[in-house]
Design a protein around this ligand. Structure first.
Ligand SMILES: Cc1ncc(COP(=O)(O)O)c(C=O)c1O
Length: 395
């Protein structure tokens, strides 16, 4: 591991975790190996007895994966981390590694669909009860606590209409109860919001999104204090195998070198587009945490450095107008992914949140005319033109 001294985050994102081989390569080496050989049978025995440091098998440790984990630890200010094959593997492993039958989770109801499935459907099958609350309502978090509550779980900004939850206040509620708070920080990115600095115990990412940022690889990561990672999570990952592939880790590791610049550019473009959408007469309402019109703008300002690249908006004219706009845009592509260099737009009611009941959609303000936009890295004037033309053509 590189000695990082007092370097700033951007410098650390270029150097942290590099473990040069004897060849002295400039770029980080890709250790594309599933296993490792030992100098002797005695050495193998010592590794398995944990008397000697060193790699044993890539399901539970690989130098390239470790380099990615160390770079992410530096960015997040976390003591330790474990990378996983996907964001959902991170969410599931994080919960399964610390819960048992009889425990209880309180989660914000505005969650990515698969996260909601894990807490609402999967965990109860193993005797872990779950209560969903409106995450913006601090009294609801408090009221949902039970003696057996072990975990509080939220994402902020939330998918798809970008509700903001007060991380510090929910962390206090969790800690006063002896529970832990997990924050899925995907929408905010590790650049714009630091959940652990706000009091969260564990931060989770789908690295598939902005961390890769170019739509290539799936990946995830769980960051937290050394005790939890070493004593609870590491063995769970070792035994059950949701591990990140070395190749994907290498792509993510290299992508961290440009994450600051990319997120800044994403936000520049999103701010301009949000401003234009707010003023447009074919748009009913816009949700963008970085715009003054957002109902929780002050809270967003308090815990995020910028508004992110996600914008949601409701079209006047409902589903017909929303579909027409999505179909007419030329630069923005229709895709349910997000955090990509390419601008992507999706209609949550018929894609990412299609499985929710009408009542659940209404609770989350997912309307027929709602579109969610992940603003990319294109030229901002081209993007504005694309939206202006497509909106004008709606008639
Ligand atoms: C907020 C959030 N959490 C978790 C995930 C899951 O990540 P992955 O697709 O890498 O499994 C996603 C994916 O869209 C997401 O948006």
């Amino acid at each position: 591991m590189t000695e990082t001294k007092n370097w700033q985050a951007q410098t650390r994102m270029v150097h942290e975790g590099q473990n040069r081989s004897a060849h002295g390569e400039t770029a980080e080496a890709l250790y594309l190996t599933s296993g490792y050989v030992y100098d002797s049978a005695e050495q193998a025995e010592a590794r398995f007895k944990e008397e000697e440091d060193g790699y044993i098998y890539s399901r539970f440790g690989n130098p390239t994966v470790r380099a990615f984990e160390e770079r992410m630890m530096a960015l997040e200010g976390a003591q330790d981390a474990r990378a996983t094959a996907t964001g959902m593997a991170a969410v599931t492993a994080c919960m399964m590694s610390q819960l048992q039958t009889g425990d209880h989770i309180v989660a914000a109801r505005a969650l990515f669909g698969s996260c909601r499935y894990v807490v609402e459907t999967l965990m109860p099958r193993f005797g872990v009860a779950c209560t969903l609350v409106d995450g913006r309502d601090l009294e609801a978090w408090q009221a949902a606590l039970r003696p057996e509550t072990k975990l509080l779980f939220l994402e902020t900004p939330s998918n798809p209409v970008l509700e903001i939850i007060d991380v510090q206040a929910v962390a206090d509620i969790a800690h006063n109860h002896g529970a832990r708070l997990i924050v899925d920080n995907v929408f905010a990115t590790p650049i714009l919001q630091k959940p652990m600095a706000l009091g969260a115990d564990i931060t989770i990412y789908s690295a598939t999104k902005h961390i890769d940022g170019q739509g290539r690889c799936l990946g995830g990561i769980i960051l937290g204090d050394g005790d939890y990672i070493k004593n609870e999570l590491a063995n769970f990952i070792r035994q059950t195998g949701p591990s990140l592939a070395p190749f994907n880790a290498w792509v993510m590791l290299k992508a961290l070198e440009t994450l600051h610049m990319r997120v800044d550019r994403h936000c520049d473009n999103a701010e301009k587009l949000a401003e234009m959408l707010v003023a447009h007469d074919k748009i009913e309402r816009v949700y963008y945490p970085g715009h003054k019109s957002h109902p929780q703008y002050d809270l967003a300002q308090k815990q995020m450095t910028r508004g992110s690249n996600l914008i949601a908006f409701d079209m006047k004219g409902g589903k017909t107008a929303a579909f027409k706009l999505a179909n007419r845009l030329e630069i923005a592509h229709i895709s349910n992914n997000l955090g990509d260099a390419k601008t992507l737009i999706t209609h949550p009611a018929t894609t990412t949140h299609a499985k929710l009941s009408d009542a659940a959609k209404a609770e989350l303000a997912i309307r027929d005319g709602t579109l969610r936009l992940s603003v990319g890295l294109e030229d901002s004037a081209d993007l504005l033109n694309d939206f202006e033309h497509a909106l004008a053509e709606l008639g």
